[in-house]
Design a protein around this ligand. Structure first.
Ligand code: C2E
Ligand code: CA
Ligand code: CA
Length: 539
């Protein structure tokens, strides 16, 4: 009959449970989420009663506390952990540091440190394989007592961890005063609220830990999103159901041996409902959709700065326009096509997509080579989205557009504008551009400097008239110019007395047209009149 034991049953069977190892530790691994490797573990107390089954700490620890039995149980767990470590070391098997919980009642027992030290020496386990977790609430019994215990543990060489940081009432005070070596942050206390206030609290606690130069472990991590988020805050050590529940010794042993050879990976976690595995099955619906219904797309994996193209569809190859085959693409290292600058842009975009969980876009230039087309420089716009991950390895879906032509046109335009600006700056001319469609005026640097104009003036020319740059008796003529420009007048000029000084300027407009003959942009200039201007439109 499996059920929770009553208080009386707990007390009555305690001695027997201790003697027969019914009270024993389970182990929960701590993983570096960046590498997937195990970095430590926590020993958590369990009680397996022959009649009532496994009992959990929340049910029996309060009873043991009440009857002053927890101390004995804690020392017993420490003993079990020493025994476990000794066996690993004797057999030359891989192992990692294991943290043991110390209750606040242990702090009142002055012999606690001596007692565990006796056990450690009995088994001959180096202190680096053992760690002690203390809780914030232990400080209630007095900071002096706690400081003394931590100092003694430090003298021996223990790493001391502050458990459940942030759950208590004066976390910052405690941290400031206690010399702990590691902090454990429990996400449970945020109740899943990572987006709003919880996220802010979390990031400030992480920040605080950084100021104190104290490493952090995030506990109670159940989802990849939480782990990724913690990693993005700079906390990569993760303990929680995402990687593993606390497991009995034999199971933990298997994990340890495995972790020595390969990173511990949580199961492939799909962000969307699609089944990534099926992308590799040629007959699956996913493949059918990928090949026929989506645009130019590729699937690749990303792990710590390295990428590998797994698949690309027909449209992707056509978009590149280099007569490449899918094998050409998947067999080459994508980084070979990108120089350092473009690679950095791409990696940043991937990292952003990982952090945001949404779609991120970037434009990168790539150098492609194909047997048929030789080499070419192509600009690709990529829309990137993470569709799954296993640990630090991400499965990424990229939709691409070849925007080389678009880019080249833009660059030509940009070049001509740059030359124009440069020329006007040199020639003692005030120059500006007027965009017909938006009625926006963009002044040159000299206009901005001498007339104090902003980089963009909307609803031009009204603000210039209002500012008095164009005098009131020329206002209607100047307004009319802009109407005529919009109607396609190719060229306009006049002598206009400008600015407060009413100095005569030769003002000119040259209109620019698109391929359909519609006016797009007019280039305006004003040069001071020196002597008699030719062909001036007299007012
Ligand atoms: P704790 O020290 O904060 O231990 C972490 C607790 O969170 C464990 O509960 C663990 O099983 C649970 N946990 C781990 N990952 C997750 C997760 O992803 N999601 C959620 N919701 N929970 C997770 P457990 O084993 O029931 O222990 C509860 C508490 O009992 C411990 O909290 C600790 O305060 C105490 N305890 C456990 N073992 C010992 C011990 O040997 N000595 C003492 N004094 N206290 C112990
Ligand atoms: Ca703990
Ligand atoms: Ca904890």
């Amino acid at each position: 009959m499996e059920r929770k034991m009553t208080e009386q049953e707990i007390i009555d069977s305690f001695a027997e449970a201790m003697a027969n190892d019914h009270i024993y530790p389970c182990y929960q691994p701590q993983i570096n989420h960046g590498t997937g490797r195990m970095v430590g573990a926590e020993a958590l107390m369990r009680w397996k009663n022959p009649t009532f089954g496994v009992q959990y700490p929340s049910d029996f620890i309060p009873v043991l506390e009440k009857h002053d039995l927890l101390y004995e149980a804690d020392v017993h767990i420490f003993d079990c952990v020493c025994r476990f470590q000794k066996q690993r070391l004797e057999k030359n098997e891989p192992t990692i540091p294991i943290s043991v919980n110390m209750s606040r009642y242990d702090i009142y027992r002055h012999e606690y440190v001596d007692e565990i030290e006796k056990r450690r020496q009995k088994y001959g386990v180096p202190v680096k394989y053992l760690r002690i977790e203390i809780t914030e609430s232990s400080a209630i019994g007095g900071m002096e007592l706690m400081t003394a215990v931590i100092d003694r543990l430090h003298e021996i060489g223990y790493i001391v961890e502050m458990d459940d940081f942030g759950s208590g009432y004066s976390s910052l005070n405690i941290l400031k005063n206690l010399k702990v070596d590691m902090i454990k942050l429990d996400l449970k206390f945020l109740e899943g609220d990572m987006g709003g206030r919880g996220g802010i609290i979390l990031s400030s606690m992480v920040q605080m830990a950084k100021w104190l130069k104290t490493p952090l472990i995030a506990e109670g991590v159940e989802t990849t999103e939480q782990a990724d988020y913690m990693k993005s805050l700079g906390c990569s050590y993760i303990q929680g159901y995402l990687y593993s529940k606390p497991v009995p010794e034999d199971e933990f042993l298997v994990m340890l041996k495995q972790s020595a050879h390969e990173p511990t990976l949580p199961a492939m976690n799909l962000v969307n409902a699609i089944n990534a595995g099926k992308f590799w099955d040629p007959g699956s619906m996913e493949t059918l959709i990928f090949s026929n219904f989506v645009g130019a797309a590729a699937l690749f994996s990303y792990q710590e700065g390295q990428v590998e193209t797994l698949r690309c569809n027909e449209k992707y190859l056509r978009e590149l326009g280099m007569q490449l085959t899918e094998t050409d693409v998947t067999n080459s290292n994508p980084w070979d096509n990108l120089d350092a600058e473009n690679r950095a842009i791409y990696v940043r975009t991937i990292e952003k997509a990982i952090a945001s969980g949404g779609e991120e876009t970037c434009e990168t230039w790539r150098d492609f080579y194909s047997r048929l087309c030789g080499s070419d420089r192509i600009c690709i716009r990529s829309h990137i989205r993470v569709i799954g991950n296993a640990g630090s390895q991400y499965l990424i879906y990229a939709m691409v557009q070849n925007i080389t032509e678009e880019k080249k046109n833009y660059q030509q335009l940009f070049e001509s504008e740059r030359r124009f600006r440069f020329a006007s700056e040199q020639a003692n001319v005030y120059a500006w551009e007027y965009t017909i469609a938006t009625k926006e005026m963009r002044p040159c640097f000299r206009c901005m400097r001498d007339l104090g104009l902003p980089p963009v003036i909307k609803n031009y020319p009204e603000p210039a008239i209002k500012l008095g740059i164009f005098p009131p008796d020329y206002a209607d003529m100047y307004r009319d110019w802009h109407r005529r420009l919009a109607e396609g007048e190719p060229h306009l000029e006049a002598i206009i007395p400008l600015t407060v000084g009413r100095i005569p300027f030769h003002v000119r407009y040259t209109n620019e047209f698109d391929e359909n003959g519609n006016p797009v942009k007019a280039y305006g200039s004003a040069t001071m009149v020196v002597g008699d201007p030719p062909n001036a439109e007299k007012k």
